[in-house]
Each structure stands twice: as structure tokens, then as C-alpha cells.
Design a protein around this ligand. Structure first.
Ligand code: HEC
Ligand code: HEC
Ligand code: HEC
Ligand code: HEC
Ligand code: HEC
Length: 247
């Protein structure tokens, strides 16, 4: 539940209690031996979790509809453990990580997304001296719903849950426009798919390009570089929005 709340904006954990910073170092060694890809639908993690009540079972369907679920990244890609064990205790073993804190989440995601992690570590969201990020990958992206966030989720509103409230000034308008664009493009593509018209390859490529350019500003919280580059991204975005509408 905590994740859903965080992702629907508003209340965001400002501080994550991480007492054991060394954990993340262990995790990196531990997890690198886990297989990144597993056949998501026929391992025992999925078989047992599908039958489980509540959140323990719900995550399976959410993950399946996510970009990871569709790209062959299974439960073990993130959580480790032994997917060939029908018994819970034997499955949750070794390098298994159940509920990661902020530092463990960075290590978990950074195993496959090294470039994004490296950029994030240069950001204002990662003050090194605190030993823990202000906000981690899963706060912005979700854990199981990556690429397919819950209905009504808005990244623009999510950022505004800190920037522009109480202690932080609002993000500069071009940043807000960039985040709104990200929401609009996601919705636009989803609307096409809902009407049974998958977006063309060209649209998908263009969407990916804009996503990458956006990420390269947001991950390092590059305020000055952002102000320079955002106008160009917005104009590419306007063109893509027109293409989305005309289909
Ligand atoms: C035989 C059933 C079973 C199998 C097999 C199983 N799990 Fe679980 N898992 C559970 C149950 C039940 C829970 C709920 C918490 C508990 O009872 O420990 C759980 C909890 C979890 C959690 C939440 C962590 C926590 O501390 O609550 C994660 C993550 C998880 N499982 C991942 C996996 C992965 C990855 C695999 C495969 C390597 C796997 N599970 C295999 C039954 C299973
Ligand atoms: C992209 C990485 C990733 C993948 C893939 C993934 N998880 Fe998770 N999972 C996480 C993270 C991060 C958390 C901690 C969430 C939080 O703090 O809210 C988590 C938490 C959980 C929990 C605890 C309940 C919750 O929602 O907090 C369960 C149960 C779980 N995962 C099971 C699974 C199962 C089963 C699969 C495969 C179907 C899976 N996970 C795939 C990253 C992942
Ligand atoms: C085992 C490797 C692996 C792990 C671990 C992993 N990912 Fe991914 N991720 C992938 C792959 C593969 C893709 C799909 C790449 C593509 O289509 O270009 C992807 C795609 C993504 C995307 C783009 C989604 C979209 O469609 O917009 C985001 C965001 C993302 N991952 C975030 C995360 C986060 C956050 C975590 C940790 C909670 C994580 N990943 C953990 C392999 C991984
Ligand atoms: C949990 C609260 C929180 C959330 C949510 C959050 N930020 Fe931040 N952000 C901060 C804090 C704290 C700083 C550091 C301010 C400082 O160093 O003075 C910061 C700094 C920044 C900066 C650098 C500002 C500067 O003047 O250099 C940018 C850019 C930024 N954030 C963008 C974003 C974006 C985009 C999002 C959403 C995708 C977001 N933030 C979500 C708390 C948050
Ligand atoms: C402050 C919020 C925020 C945090 C924290 C964050 N991201 Fe992102 N990330 C974004 C935004 C915004 C995008 C662009 C998404 C879009 O437009 O669809 C993005 C895009 C991505 C993509 C797709 C990149 C591409 O080139 O297409 C990946 C992968 C990703 N993030 C992984 C991560 C990982 C791993 C972490 C943690 C180290 C992380 N993100 C932390 C906001 C965040």
C-alpha cells in the first residue's frame, strides 16, 4: 500500500530510515550472481504468489502488465532467490531481498540500469553525505508497475508533492511542462492502444527518444542543462502529440 500512496502524489516519505549502509554493498555482490532474466510465467515464485491472498498475490498481475513483465524480467531479476523451489523458505534464500529500503532499491535497479544509477548519484536527490537518497528509483517509477503506472498517476503532480510545497520552491516552468509532456505522451499512447491501434514503430521510437532526453535531465536533476535543452524536447513532443492525435 505504501507504494501506491507514494505514487499517487501528495505524501512522500522524506526520510527513509537506513541504518545499514553496508547492506547495499553486499547486495551488489549477492545479486550479480542471480539471473537477470527468468521465464516470468512458469517459475515457482509466480506459481505460489498467484495463489497468495492480498498484496502478496496482487503484485503478480501488476508486474505482468509492466514493461519488465513484458521484457522477460522476472521476480528473481530484482528480488533474487531460487525460482525452482516450490517451498517458500527454500525459495526465499541466498541473495533474496524481500522489502528493500532506499539504498537497496538503488542497488537492485542499478544492476541493470547502471547509467541511470550513475546519473542519479550526481543529483540533488542523492546528497552523498546523508548516506541515503532523498527519493529512490521506485518512488518515481513504482516497483511492479514500471512503464504502466496506476490509473490517474501523474509524474508532474508527484514532483509537485515536494517542489512547490512548504520548504522547496516550485520547479521552473519548463520543467513542469516537461513532466506534463511525459504524462500526456503516456496517456496518448495508452489511448491509442485502448482503441486497438497499437502505435506505429515510428511513434514508439520517437517516444523512446523523448523519454531518454527527459531522463537525462531528471536523473541528474540538471537544472541549468535542463533549462537549455527542454525547449527543444517540448517542440519534439508537440510534433509527437499531433501524430498521436491523427491516428
Ligand atoms: C510456496 C509459496 C512461495 C514461493 C515458492 C515464493 N514465495 Fe514469496 N512469499 C510467499 C508468501 C506467503 C509471502 C508473504 C510473506 C510471508 O509469509 O513471508 C511472500 C513474500 C514475498 C516477498 C515480500 C517480502 C516480505 O518480506 O514480505 C517477496 C519480495 C517475495 N515473496 C518474492 C518471491 C520470489 C522472488 C520467489 C521466487 C524466488 C518467491 N517469492 C517464492 C510465498 C512464496
Ligand atoms: C523491477 C524490480 C522488481 C520486480 C521485477 C519485482 N519486484 Fe517485488 N518489489 C520490488 C520493490 C522495489 C519492492 C519494495 C516495494 C516498496 O517498498 O513499496 C517490492 C516488494 C514486493 C513485495 C512486498 C509487497 C509490496 O508491494 O511491497 C512482494 C510480495 C513482491 N515484491 C513480490 C514480487 C513478485 C512475486 C514478483 C514477480 C511476479 C516481483 N515482486 C517482481 C521490486 C520488484
Ligand atoms: C534484471 C534487469 C533489470 C532490473 C533489475 C531492473 N530493470 Fe528496469 N528494465 C529492464 C529491461 C530489460 C527494460 C526494458 C528495456 C527496453 O525496453 O528498452 C527495463 C525498463 C525500465 C524502464 C522503462 C520503462 C518504460 O517502459 O517506460 C524503467 C523506468 C525501469 N526499467 C526502471 C527500473 C527500476 C526503477 C528498477 C528497480 C526497482 C528496475 N528497472 C530494475 C531490466 C531491469
Ligand atoms: C521527496 C521530495 C521530492 C520529490 C518527490 C522530488 N524532489 Fe526534486 N528535490 C528535492 C530536494 C530536497 C532537492 C534538493 C534541493 C536543494 O538541494 O536545495 C531537490 C532538487 C531537485 C532539482 C534541482 C533544483 C536546483 O535548484 O538545482 C531538480 C531539477 C529536481 N529536484 C527535480 C525533480 C523532479 C523532476 C521530480 C519529479 C520527477 C522531483 N524533483 C521530485 C525533493 C524532491
Ligand atoms: C525524481 C524522479 C526519478 C527518480 C528518483 C528516478 N527516475 Fe528514472 N525517470 C524519471 C523520469 C521523469 C523519466 C522519464 C520518463 C518518461 O518520460 O516516460 C525516467 C526514465 C527512466 C528510464 C528510461 C530511460 C530511458 O533512457 O528511456 C529508466 C531505465 C529509469 N528512469 C531508471 C531509473 C533508475 C534505475 C533510478 C534509480 C537509480 C531512477 N530511474 C530514478 C524519473 C525518476
Amino acid at each position: 500500500m505504501a507504494r501506491t500512496k507514494r505514487m499517487s502524489g501528495g505524501s512522500v516519505r522524506l526520510i527513509k530510515l537506513c541504518l545499514i549502509g553496508i547492506c547495499s554493498a553486499c547486495l551488489i555482490c549477492g545479486l550479480t550472481s542471480a539471473s537477470g532474466h527468468s521465464k516470468a510465467d512458469d517459475d515457482d515464485c509466480v506459481k505460489c504468489h498467484t495463489r497468495a491472498a492480498g498484496r502478496t498475490g496482487e503484485v503478480v498481475g501488476i508486474h505482468r502488465a509492466s514493461t519488465h513483465g513484458k521484457s522477460g524480467v522476472g521476480c528473481t531479476g530484482c528480488h533474487g532467490g531460487d525460482p525452482a523451489q516450490p517451498d517458500k523458505v527454500k525459495a526465499h534464500v541466498g541473495n533474496f531481498v524481500g522489502k528493500p529500503d532506499a539504498n537497496l532499491t538503488l542497488a537492485m535497479c542499478g544492476r541493470c540500469h547502471q547509467q541511470q544509477l550513475a546519473q542519479f548519484k550526481t543529483s540533488r536527490h542523492f546528497p552523498e553525505r546523508r548516506g541515503s537518497p532523498r527519493i529512490d528509483c521506485a518512488d518515481c517509477h513504482g516497483a511492479h508497475s514500471i512503464g504502466n503506472p496506476p490509473e490517474g498517476f501523474s509524474i508532474a503532480q508527484f514532483c509537485a508533492g515536494c517542489h512547490g510545497l512548504e520548504y522547496l520552491p516550485a520547479l521552473p516552468q519548463p520543467f513542469q511542462d516537461l513532466l506534463t509532456l511525459s504524462d500526456e505522451l503516456r496517456d496518448g499512447v495508452n489511448r491509442l492502444s485502448a482503441r486497438g491501434r497499437g502505435p506505429s514503430d515510428e511513434i514508439i521510437e520517437q517516444r523512446k527518444k523523448i523519454r531518454r532526453l527527459t531522463a537525462e535531465i531528471v536523473h541528474p536533476t540538471d537544472r541549468d542543462g535542463g533549462l537549455e535543452r527542454i525547449p527543444q524536447i517540448l517542440s519534439q513532443g508537440e510534433k509527437l502529440k499531433l501524430q498521436l492525435k491523427s491516428r
